[in-house]
Every structure is written in C-alpha cells, then in structure tokens.
Design a protein around this ligand. Sequence first.
Ligand SMILES: Cc1cc2nc3c(=O)[nH]c(=O)nc-3n(C[C@H](O)[C@H](O)[C@H](O)COP(=O)(O)O)c2cc1C
Length: 330
Amino acid sequence: MVTAASLAYRMLYGGVLSRLPEATAVRIGQALLRTVPVDRLPLFTVKDPHLETTLGGVRLPNPVILAAMYYDPTILARAMGLGFGAVTTKSITRQPRPGHPQPNLVRVHTDAGPGLVNCNGFQNPGLDAFLTSLGAVRRRVPLIISVAGESEEDYADLVRAVGPHADLVELNVSSPNTTLVYTWSTRPQQLRDALEQARRAAPVPVIVKLSPDFPEQNEKAIIPAAIEAGIQVVNYGNARRIEEPRLSQGAGGLSGPEIFPDTLDNVRRTRARFGAAVDIVGTGGVDSSDKALALLDAGATAVGYFTGFITQGPLLARRILDRLLERSAG
Ligand SMILES: Cc1cc2nc3c(=O)[nH]c(=O)nc-3n(C[C@H](O)[C@H](O)[C@H](O)COP(=O)(O)O)c2cc1C
C-alpha cells in the first residue's frame, strides 16, 4: 500500500507538478495540502517505542523532522499527521515579510536527482499574526518554531515570544537569502552574544541552524559558542548559497540531493569533534531512506528534510520509519 501510494505521488509529481511553472506548482501543492485531509489515512503514522528519540531533552515519537518551510497553520497541523516526529515552522520574523519577488523558487536537475533553489526571503505573517494563527494547530507531535532575527536583541525577543508556544525553538542564523541573517557566520562574536541572549530568554530547548557554507567558522567558533551558551542542539543545516540567474535575486539556496554529501560530512565531523555535547539534526538532501539512515549512522540524533517532501511525496517519512523498524527488528 505504501509503495503503491508512493508511486502514485511520484507520477503526480513527475507527470504534473514538475512540469508546471514553479509558482503554479507551489500554489497547487499547498492548496492540496490545505484542503485534502490525507493525514486521516492510516498510512503515514507508525508508533513504536523503538523509534522514539530525544532531542535537546524533548521526546520525539521518531527521529524524522519536517524542516523549516511552512507557516500556514492548516498545513502545519496536517504535516503533524504525516509521520514526522516533529514539524518545524518557517522562520518567523518580528515584522511581516512579503518575501522576495517572483521568481523566488526554481527547480534544478542535478546528477544526484531533483532539487530546488529558492530565494524565498522569509515570506511570513510576522510574529503577532503567526502566534495568533497557531491556536488552531492541534499538537500531535512536537512543534519546532524557527525564528530569524536581524539583530542580537531580535533573537532574544523572538525566542521569548514564541517559546511558550513551542516544544523547541530553532535559531536560523544561516538562511542564504537575507544578507543580515546569512552573514551572522562572519560575525562570530556578535553571534555568540545573540546565542547567549536567546538561550537565556528561552523557556524551551534551543536549536541553532547552521550554514553548510561556513564549516570552519561553525566548528571553530559557532558550535563552541552555542555549547557555551547552553544550546543543546545544532541543525546542520540550511541550503547552500549559489548563483542562480533565473531567480529575482540572482542567487539563492540550493537544496536537495546535490548537497547531501556535505551534510553527511558535516554531521560526521561535528559528532567526532563535539561528542555527546550536542544533539545533531542532519538536514540537507535527504530524499531516501538510505540517506536518512546514513545520517543517523554518522551520528545524527534526528534527520530533517524539506525538498524530499516535495520530490518524493508525503510517504517518505513512513518509508524511513519502516526501514528503521526493520533494522531494529533485525
Ligand atoms: C522554499 C524554501 C523555503 C525555506 N525556508 C526556510 C526558512 O524559513 N527557514 C529555514 O531555516 N530554512 C528554510 N529552508 C531550508 C530548509 O529548511 C532546509 O534546511 C534546506 O532546504 C535543506 O534541506 P533539504 O535539502 O531537505 O530541502 C527553506 C527551503 C526551501 C526550499
């Protein structure tokens, strides 16, 4: 059943969605997610104590996480019934942001498989409207609220505001599409202060989401600063910045299988260097159960993905969970 439904999605994606202009495909995809109650099908969720894990001390029913992208409460609620062990929100900013103009998302076809390049620019309703909308989201699994700040104080203020509504808070200091956020990695001292202030303001465990473009800074400065600040989880990581002339900004963040080898290296190195001092979410390029298992074997506490949700469909989480269970039984 899972295999047949996965195949049906791949036909829908390959035959229809991937042939439409990107903006139209996104509109249709999100409208389907909002209106079709797929999460009511008993296909997605597997509950088994062997799958449980803890992230920053928070219990997750399984280690598969939907990465940051959605803020719509209906979609977030739906995603919570699609097998994920936690769902992450789009990065929320203090003020509403319209995002960058179209085109802000394009497909890429790499040797490794289908990916995306986006310059979304944090399209989101802003802190107050987002928090109001969250009331409608029934928590079936833990909610990770991602925040993006443009100043040191911003992070602390955002974390203080979203903390009571979240199971964990993720600090996005790595999105390649907003100069102020992307360049945090080049201002490690200021970032250290921002992490410390945010951690102190947080009523729940904090995740810091890193850029795959700054491995040296991450290892020498940012992860040590996060650990010193009492942050227990790193998410490695965000999309990789590349030039992309089809986008309105001329550049964007590459996601999907092309970035997977770096994700695997980053997770492996981080685990080797920092041992048990941090939990690691391995994100970037997971679009198969093999890749998810490879990250967990390399030391990830959990795996996250977004592009695989689009290209492989909503059953990818279930396929990963089935493989994990097979392994724990064998
Ligand atoms: C359209 C789009 C929007 C995204 N928005 C955010 C965001 O708001 N905050 C964030 O931390 N990451 C954001 N990401 C990055 C993803 O969460 C993820 O880290 C990245 O795409 C790499 O994982 P993947 O290869 O599984 O997609 C976005 C990615 C895409 C494609």
